[in-house]
Design a binder for this molecule. Structure first.
Ligand code: GAL
Length: 673
């Protein structure tokens, strides 16, 4: 049980939903600030993040402080009734820090220093950087802890830096001593008898810098964990300083969903609530689906509690190769998708579009063209709607299905020189998630170490690395009546990325009733024939494309649900189900295309006794999510769609215009919009 459950930590403000933006007043003349506050009020904004990139304005030279402008900004915002998420500006140190203390700058794997002139140029292991970051955090916390505008704290920005320099190497060694206790254990964990990599002193150990050929997978995995831990400790250091000055308001930082560089389960455990940045790609029709999965991760990161969409775009971003603008209506859809999936607030990057700097082509609430614009009008209409939906704040998104995800496993699964680079963790995650999304089923993305009792079905789409203790939890879960669906190339490596000997997945062999002896990546598609559930699918809908496994059933009650239809594995099992204790465990030893996989996933949903909200499936671009007795139907596409609903919303067919939304209350049968 963590601190939030004990009710000890401050929580997100709960007088309705939060609606806001990053506000960077230092880019604009002070005379315009009162107008900004007036426009915020007009847009229904009740929260702004301030100060996130203001280090150089606050400390223009070492030890010289200038807080007058920030005092004025906070006072103005307070007078206007706007709450502040006050940031520590530590993601973008000023040039003087890098010039005077070059050790604060990060060094890449090739040995090149990353210079100032952009942002994020700090080395997470640099003692000098940490000291400077602590100093400015202390100054800000001390000065503003009791300012009435401050309602939460925002540490840094999108932590994710990495450095391979000598100071990081020393810190890495200390981290390894802690984790493995002795040099012998490091050698054992990394398997250094391979290619004569054995270390005889600690000083020989380095971060995985650029080397002539493939690196050591154990070393690479540990360096990822170390870097993640360094970033968590940076967060913790600033949070603890803030906490000493302010024990009332919550502290958090903005994450980036399925960001590869950091283990967010570790970071989330240190925050008072989860905050995330999500930027739908309007140029990719399916982008909202990854958004939905990301929002479901945000709930999982916070043990099911509400979270905050800390950043999103009103229209185009500036950092994709294409930067397609959002269609009219898409701003609202994207925001409500987050609310439906548990967000207690939606914020944009940023309030006013920058006229200069690297992000001058990025959309904002107030475009350069001003407030008499489509984007501002849409943002303001959403602000009004968020106020109407205020009763949802704090409500949960009940989910009976979990997808297990683990950053260490992701890192290890996608290391160099694996059987097939075409089998990708995130693609498998989405492949298993889409059938659930299409049927309006709520899902939570959780860590393999989570308590699973509250779920009726647990999916492991491609969990390469599984610790023995977590395998035991899964077996107990199935024995106790749970349903488990395991995807290909799962549970084959231990915490050090060392492969298990024996038939795979050895660690789950008994519960699955099936094991394999060879992973067989495919050069060309191979048909898979589904036996049960009897699915009448087109041959193209059932072809494994990149992955197959040579499997054999050994459980006496194991059923073969699909077998390979051609090639060297013809007639051998491709998918199985095995009763185990009071539950059942399913295994899929191929990458199956959506229709075939959907049929298996939905059969597992049925076996788990889960009620399916939209049994006939939703149109491709439509999302249906239930939160707090309210159903959100969101059409992410540009065509009109109809959705057949079961009777509990008192209506059977709902028509959604392009980018249209219907919000229905189960209790009152009221249609909000
Ligand atoms: C985020 C970042 C913001 C801004 C935004 C632009 O990743 O936190 O500061 O750069 O992207 O989309």
């Amino acid at each position: 049980m963590n601190k939030q459950h004990l009710g000890l930590a401050p929580v997100m403000p709960r007088e309705g939903l939060l609606f806001g933006a990053d506000y960077n007043p230092e880019q604009w003349p002070r005379e315009s600030w009162p107008d900004d506050v007036a426009l915020m009020q007009e847009a229904g904004i009740n929260l702004v993040t301030v100060g996130v990139f203001s280090w150089a304005q606050l400390e223009p030279a070492e030890g010289q402080w200038n807080f007058a402008w920030l005092d004025e900004v906070l006072n103005l915002l307070h007078a206007g009734g706007i709450k502040v998420s006050l940031a520590t500006p530590t993601a973008s140190p000023p040039p003087w820090l890098g010039k005077k203390y070059p050790q604060t700058l990060p060094v890449d794997a090739d040995g090149h220093t990353l210079w100032y002139g952009s942002r994020n140029q700090f080395n997470p292991s640099s003692a000098k950087y940490r000291e400077a970051a602590a100093t400015i955090t202390e100054k800000i916390a001390e000065r503003y802890a009791h300012h009435p505008a401050v309602s939460m704290w925002h540490v840094g920005n999108e932590l994710g830096q990495i450095s391979y320099d000598d100071e990081s190497a020393c810190a890495f060694r200390r981290w390894l001593m802690d984790r493995h206790t002795s040099l012998d254990e490091v050698n054992r964990a990394w398997g250094t008898t391979f290619w004569s990599q054995q270390y005889s002193t600690w000083e020989e150990i380095l971060p995985p810098r650029k080397a002539p050929y493939i690196g050591n997978p154990g070393q690479e995995l540990d360096f990822k964990r170390f870097t993640s831990d360094q970033l968590v400790s940076l967060y913790r250091a600033e949070r603890d300083i803030i906490r000493r000055h302010d024990s009332r308001h919550p502290v958090t930082t903005n994450m980036m969903g399925f960001f590869h560089g950091m283990d967010y389960f570790d970071l989330a455990a240190e925050t008072d609530f989860v905050a995330n940045d999500w930027y739908t790609d309007p140029g990719d029709r399916a982008s909202w689906q990854l958004g939905a999965l990301t929002h479901d991760l945000c709930r999982g990161l916070g043990d099911g509690r509400p979270w905050l969409l800390m950043e999103s775009a009103t229209s185009a971003v500036n950092w994709r190769p294409h930067n397609v603008a959002k269609e009219p209506g898409a701003l609202r859809i994207d925001a409500l998708s987050a609310v439906a999936r548990g967000a207690d607030g939606v914020c944009f990057f940023q309030f006013r579009q920058s006229a200069f700097g690297a992000e001058r082509f990025h959309s904002a609430v107030v475009p350069l063209a001003g407030a008499k614009t489509r984007v501002f009008r849409e943002a303001a209409a959403l602000g009004a709607e968020m106020a109407q939906l205020g009763h949802l704040a704090g409500s949960s998104v009940p989910s009976r299905i979990a997808i297990l995800f683990d950053w260490s496993s992701w890192w290890a699964a996608e290391s160099a020189a694996r059987p097939s680079a075409a089998l990708k963790v995130m693609e498998q995650m989405l492949a298993y998630y889409r059938p659930l999304l299409r049927h309006g089923l709520n899902v939570e993305v959780v860590h393999p170490g989570s308590a699973l009792e509250r779920f009726d079905l647990v999916l492991l789409p491609n969990l390469f690395l599984l610790a023995q203790e977590h395998a035991t939890v899964l077996k107990d879960y199935v024995a106790g009546g749970g349903h488990l669906l395991v995807g290909p190339f799962s549970a084959v490596a231990d915490e050090n990325a060392k492969l298990a000997t024996g038939r795979f997945p050895e660690i789950l062999a008994d519960v699955l009733g099936v094991t394999g002896e060879e992973w067989l990546p495919l050069a060309e598609p191979v048909p898979v024939i589904l036996t049960s559930p009897a699915a009448h699918l087109d041959a193209n809908d059932t072809q494994a494309r990149v992955w197959s496994e040579d499997l054999e059933v050994h459980g006496s009650n194991t059923r073969t649900l699909a077998y390979f239809g051609w090639g060297r594995l013809a007639g051998k099992p491709a998918a199985t189900a095995n009763p185990w204790g009071a539950g059942e465990a399913w295994y899929v030893g191929a990458d199956l295309p959506s229709p075939a996989l959907e049929s298996l996933v939905m059969a597992a949903v049925g076996a788990a006794g889960i009620d399916v909200p939209v049994p006939q499936g939703l149109p491709e671009d439509v999302e249906a999510v239930e939160r707090g007795g309210t159903l959100f139907l969101l059409n992410h596409g540009s065509a009109t769609c109809s959705v057949e609903l079961p009777g509990r919303y008192g209506t059977t067919t709902i028509t959604l215009p392009p980018f249209g939304v219907k919000v229905l209350s189960q209790k009152t049968n009221r249609v909000y919009s």
